[in-house]
Design a protein around this ligand. Structure first.
Ligand code: NOJ
Length: 485
């Protein structure tokens, strides 16, 4: 029986399979490794896990270059291992979300050679227009099979599918059905603001203002992407994905500000809030980003595999307050493996694996700071392992003041917070909001001591204080308290 809206206030735990747990000693994480660590996710209190791509892939973009949507890369295991993982997750009450990459395939996907009409081609012997690829360079490359020039929104190894072709829409809906039939509960949809472009393929104008959200590449940010993405008829693509998904949960990676999410939310349960994710950590930008999402079904994100980790974005001193914010806002929240132990960015591989510089956000999970490679693998990992100052899961489990205990407590506490959110007046530098009739959350976003709003008893403090709510908060401190004593 389907459970309506299980996702409403869910905590979803993102797993980057290459870096979660190696079980076969090859230095790369795998499905069996994930299965062996499910209890960690259960103890955290999460409702679901999201697997970044596990499909067969040449790994030009960490698996976001899919060569077969209905298989498992041998690096991670096989379909039988996948079924075991889903069964083990379900037995523990965890839902399983797959990552669907509908915008592009790998250049090695058989579709690219067998179904050229499923891709987007230039009408001339060269780029069709001035569009740029997200990680740099033109968005057009010459086809190695001599069929002209094809479009790619990301790396040249990722040709864009032509979503104006109904056969493409049907094929991708079939992919969702395939995984649904294997028991998957939902999907994270990759880069869906790129599915439909201007049918006339007009040039993107030169940008006159900074991009609404940070872009990885300066050249790319130099254009305003009004034609190369986010076409007004995006609904035809989303309807096909919804058809394939049935009543499964859909969360969209829509890299747009909140004000532009509405057409996507007509078809999806939620879209990630990148506005809060990228907001500078201050008492102007953070409340504005929260307010911009009020009334929209957004999912909050602590970290992911594409951007600097939480302590590196907000500053180590603010990482606990930032976690308290995301975990006490209404709506689903996505925790990326390692957030719960306050992992910061690691080192690049030698040579770097990702050409866009994202290795530091993808280094192995630290299970035990006293074990070789943080307990991730017996072998040298594919990226260097590094543990956070507070230690790995083993150390933090034994230490009540740890980040891990803060996360576990907040995940449990969020279940008892009332509906809705109301921002309330607070001193300069402080954000404060009510949850329901009973709770107040207050966080000092500044670097100096500030008066705290009046409240009753502390239910959880970022740094462990208990008792009556304090009258002041140091920089980076915050609490969830009862409204009255
Ligand atoms: C977003 C994914 O999160 C990222 O890792 C990937 O490079 C692009 N989409 C392209 O698939």
């Amino acid at each position: 029986m389907s459970e309506p809206e299980w996702w409403r206030d869910a905590v979803v735990y993102q797993i980057y399979p290459r870096s979660f747990q190696d079980s076969d000693g090859d230095g790369t994480g795998d499905l069996q490794g994930i299965r062996s660590r499910l209890d960690h996710i259960v103890t955290l209190g999460a409702d679901a896990l999201w697997l970044s791509p596990i499909y067969p892939s040449p790994m030009a973009d960490g698996g976001y270059d899919v060569a077969d949507y209905a298989g498992v890369d041998p690096m991670f295991g096989d379909l039988a291992q996948f079924d075991l993982l889903v069964g083990a997750a379900h037995a523990r009450g965890l839902k399983v979300l797959m990552d669907i990459v509908p915008c592009h395939t790998s250049i090695e996907h058989p579709w690219f050679t067998e179904r050229p009409d499923w891709y987007v081609w230039s009408d001339r012997d060269g780029p069709r227009n001035n569009w740029r690829a997200t990680f740099g360079g033109p968005a057009w490359s010459r086809d190695p099979h001599g069929r002209g020039w094809y479009l790619h929104s990301f790396y040249p190894e990722q040709p864009d599918l032509n979503w104006r072709n109904p056969e493409v829409r049907e094929a991708m809906a079939g992919v969702l059905r395939f995984w649904r039939e294997r028991g998957v509960d939902g999907f994270r949809l990759d880069a869906i603001d790129r599915l439909l472009k201007d049918p006339e393929m007009r040039d993107d104008p030169v940008a006159t203002v900074p991009p609404p959200l940070p872009e990885a590449n300066e050249e790319y940010a130099g254009l305003q992407h009004v034609h190369s993405r986010n076409a007004p008829d995006i609904g035809i693509a989303l309807a096909a994905l919804r058809e394939g998904a049935g009543d499964a949960f859909l969360v969209g990676e829509v890299y747009l500000p909140s004000a532009e999410l509405a057409p996507y939310l007509e078809h999806l349960e939620v879209a990630f809030s990148f506005e809060l994710f990228h907001a500078s950590w201050d008492a102007t930008a953070v409340p504005a980003a929260v307010a911009a999402a009020v009334g929209l079904d957004v999912a909050w994100v602590l970290s992911n595999h594409d951007f600097p980790r939480l302590p590196d974005r907000v500053g180590e001193v603010n990482a606990r307050a930032a976690a308290m914010l995301a975990l006490t806002l209404p709506g689903p929240v996505f925790v990326y493996q390692g957030d719960e132990i306050a992992m910061a960015g690691g080192a690049d591989g030698t040579p770097p694996d990702d050409r866009a510089g994202r290795d530091p956000f993808r280094t192995p999970m630290c299970w035990d700071a006293d074990a070789p490679h943080g307990g991730f693998s017996d072998a040298t990992p594919w990226l260097p392992a590094a543990c956070p100052p507070g230690g790995g899961v083993a150390q933090q489990d034994a230490e009540p003041t740890s980040a891990l205990h803060l996360y576990r407590d907040l995940v449990a506490l969020r279940r008892s917070l009332g509906p809705g959110l109301e921002l309330v007046d607070a001193a300069d530098g402080v954000i404060a909001f009510r949850r329901g009739d009973d709770h107040l959350v207050a966080l000092n976003l500044s670097s100096e001591e500030r008066p705290a709003p009046a409240a009753g008893a502390v239910v959880r403090h970022t740094h462990g204080a208990t008792g009556q709510a304090p009258q002041t908060l140091s920089g980076g401190e915050g609490f969830v308290a009862t409204l009255r004593g």
